[in-house]
Design a protein around this ligand. Sequence first.
Ligand code: EPZ
Length: 427
Amino acid sequence: MDKLVIEGGKPLSGTIRIQGAKNAALPILAASILADGVVQLDNVPQLLDIEVMLQILRRLGCNAVQDGRTVTLDTTGTRSAHVPEDLMRQMRSSIFLMGPLLARFKEVHIYQPGGCAIGERKIDLHLRGLQALGAELEQCGGRVTCRAERLVGTDVHLDFPSVGATENIMMAAVLAEGTTVLTNAAREPEIVDLQNFLNQMGANIIGAGTDTITIEGVNQLIGKRYEIIPDRIVAGTLMIAAAATRGAVTLTNAHAGHLTSLIHILRRAGVQIATSDGIINVTCFGRPRAVERIVTSPYPAFPTDLQSQLMVMLSLCDGFSVMKETIFEGRFKHVEELARMGADIRVDLSTAFIKGVTRLYGATVEATDLRAGAALVIAGLAAQGRTVIEQVHHIDRGYDQIEHIFSRLGARIERYSPVSRLDFANG
Ligand code: EPZ
């Protein structure tokens, strides 16, 4: 298992281009199954999760190739509606294949993705939405089979604005007979990206980005070329890292409009943010001020995917902050690791009470999930001394060579891969 070694205490400085959005690319790759012909996607990040999705598509019979940041998919050969269990367990986001496979084959076989480090990750909202469109469910152990003679548009209301359920229902409805109106839909920018991709291929969807999405069923989608939006969570991670190290960083290919909640919080903390078309400048002179209360909520509110990263900056602020996590029930696993570095954070159920300290100290810590791992990198960059981060594969799921990203901003960060016996034998 790879490790990252960081010599902290150096302010970040420089310019970095933001990668394409993982959470837009994954549903869009799944949605490619709905189209006849070839789909070409640009600005696709090179990540473990993307490679797993491409492996699943190949196992389903698609021809899927990633060359740099471009993915070319020919789904003509898609023959199977059975999502492989071993790959399903590797990546929860394979649940996005339910809607497209049901729409194309009128049946789909998946496995309950199960919980992960951040929470239970139920799929009841996905299943109820597909049932509303006409699917019949069979559940046997962890295996779920959906079948539908026909998919017929209808009104679907989500009890909670689930991102994945919104996307799955959109994809199942796009070739259904008639109109589907999805209410209490999630409003994330990645859902707008999925709508724009599907419409470019001939779908008829309006309302993504609001809480009501209307999908008029069409007969066919034709594969097209499409560019994925920038990754707002990677951009937010780098903005927070610039603030936590009291640096000055410029982000390019960055969409400030997707980060208004974070920009508002950083400005309240005294961080200087300047934005223009595709550019975000972050400058932090001196110690940021504490922010008294932050609550994670569905977009456009402050995103749960930046909660652990921001907590690192808050643990270095001057004063006392409170962070409440309302989306996932287990997303504070980074707190224990930060405490090993000198952070003063007390957790009571879903609320963290953060007392700012003047510095963090390097330590050996473990990444427990994707965003907690990114938070530990920020902590290592800001800390005095050396930090070793283990279980780095969690971070590689969402950040394209994170050590290169931060090296380009002046950080002293190295990746160490265990020397395999063969390498050792070869000297
Ligand atoms: C997406 O996950 C993102 N993943 C997550 O990012 C992100 O944290 C999350 O949305 C919230 O913004 C991708 O887009 C690939 P949800 P998703 O359905 O769709 C409950 C990252 O770090 N729920 O909005 O799984 C669920 O348990 C990842 O990039 C149900 O109860 O999130 C959770 O508590 C982590 N029943 C809450 O809703 C359901 O059927 C939010 O889940 C579905 C969800």
